[in-house]
Design a protein around this ligand. Sequence first.
Ligand SMILES: Cc1cc2nc3c(=O)[nH]c(=O)nc-3n(C[C@H](O)[C@H](O)[C@H](O)COP(=O)(O)OP(=O)(O)OC[C@H]3O[C@@H](n4cnc5c(N)ncnc54)[C@H](O)[C@@H]3O)c2cc1C
Length: 552
Amino acid sequence: MAQPTKRILPPLLEESTFDKVLDKLSEIVGEPNASRNHLYGNLEGPQGQNCYDDLWPLGNPTDHTPSGAVRPKTVNEIQRVLQIANEYKLPLWTVSRGRNLGYGGSGAIVPGSVILDLHRMNKIIEVNEELAYAIVEPGVSFFDLYEYIQDRGYRLWPSCPALGWGSIVGNTLDRGFGYTPNGEHAEQQCGMEVVLATGEVLRTGMGALSGSPMWALYKGGYGPSVDGLFYQSNLGVVTKIGIHLTPAPACFMDCVVSVPNEEDIGALVRIMSALEREGIVQNHASIANPYRQALSSEDPLVIGRAVGPGIKGGYATNADMTKLAKEQGWGYWKAHFAIYGASGAFIDACWTIVQERFAAIPGAAATAERHEHKLGGRLNAADLPMGEIPHTGYPRLTAKDFVDIRGAKGGHIAFSPLFPPDGKQLQEWFARIRPLVEKAGFDLFSDFHIFGRYIIGIVLVVYTPAEAARAKSLFDELLKDGVERSSVSEYRTHIHFMDEVRRHYDWGNGILHRTLGSIKKTLDPNGILSQGKSGIWTSSRPLTEAIGNTRL
Ligand SMILES: Cc1cc2nc3c(=O)[nH]c(=O)nc-3n(C[C@H](O)[C@H](O)[C@H](O)COP(=O)(O)OP(=O)(O)OC[C@H]3O[C@@H](n4cnc5c(N)ncnc54)[C@H](O)[C@@H]3O)c2cc1C
């Protein structure tokens, strides 16, 4: 946690003016819901933090430190906060629950921004069991929706990321993912309510047709769609979304396929993605290397072998982790996915096809755990084993302990490049970056996500505060290597790298960037909303000079 000696202020505001602004914001939301500095008021973080900040800073500890926070409860309060922000040109940074760990948490790109924290807006507006959708406010967590559904006995399996305490709205807007068949959250979002920087409220899609019952059912609406403008964006404050949920299946199979060699990754992902495209496997597969597999072991000796070197400041070598995998009878790669169906016959037929396809890889091993509702009804996720990955949507927090594996107060950044699903490019890239990670002295933590038409090849860099500069250098190197040697870049990034990744998306002399910049200037001329998010700015010379961003 950053403990600055000097008070952090919004750029371009005198201290006395800022105090006046805080008084006005407090009048709107009530004093307990305004933080007059960044040190209190946030939901508790993974290591007990209550501050607003990038909890695991990569550079100067105050590079992304906010000056305070405001926690409105209603759309009307947001509108009034935006009015003050426009009047004083106060930079805000919007979060729903502020748990964007690994991507900057509740830190802001412009230091001294005031965090617009929406976690108090936590109403579940509607859950429709038959049509399998929910409409939620930003403060609703994955735990909240799961519990709401359990309390009412609805036969639905809402999706959930590895950590259930984040917000459905925040995770979806950042294009996050969970692990049920409806796990690509951005694909499942249907209908949105947004407060624009002017304070006007916009409803997208069928929400624009007053009284329509179709808001969370038909995404398109009439004419151009604008939902995409609010993804990884700073063009508005999203206050509601509709999200589609997975109907609880009658049968469920939790499946694992292991392949023996590092070089098998190409074939593994090619077969896996085809199974997903064809609907034989209905969720996305997570793929783990030996180090990642060791962390999920229940044997303390195995875990110790993986994390021991890191605790001493070194790293688990790929050679030793490969040896460990062989000793344990694991493959080098483990793919973990699930099959969902309305009958036992359906999932058995799918599983037979899965086994036949993977038989093409010498040494591949496939195992599955099968569950079928005895009376022909639908399965309740709460009655099934929790499983290593939330394939049933059962929320948990277990993965948060990963961040401390190299020592207390650790953190991580997730290098998240996109690849085509044929596996060739991923295989070449992995062979190239593995030595880079080892050379930088970090554990090789691969957590690849295989979808029908793309792969997110996440390399998690776990670091202690003392290793932050080295982690940043490695990340810089991975970004440069990816874009220069494979023409790949990230689908989502940490706030520290947003301008850099924006520059990678430069086709047509950066026309996309310029178009987004024009929209930003039109919708938010005073630049009050999340300046710099995804590299999009309402450029203003005084602001960029004040924050020392010479690259703009
Ligand atoms: C161990 C570990 C495992 C993780 N596993 C996963 C995983 O499986 N899947 C995954 O996707 N992520 C994962 N993450 C990353 C992250 O924790 C989650 O994505 C988390 O849900 C994001 O936090 P949040 O929902 O509170 O989002 P927030 O921090 O509230 O929001 C994220 C971003 O979205 C924008 N935003 C948020 N709300 C609004 C709004 N109302 N209007 C406009 N813009 C808004 C902001 O730019 C904000 O920075 C993991 C992180 C860790 C540490």
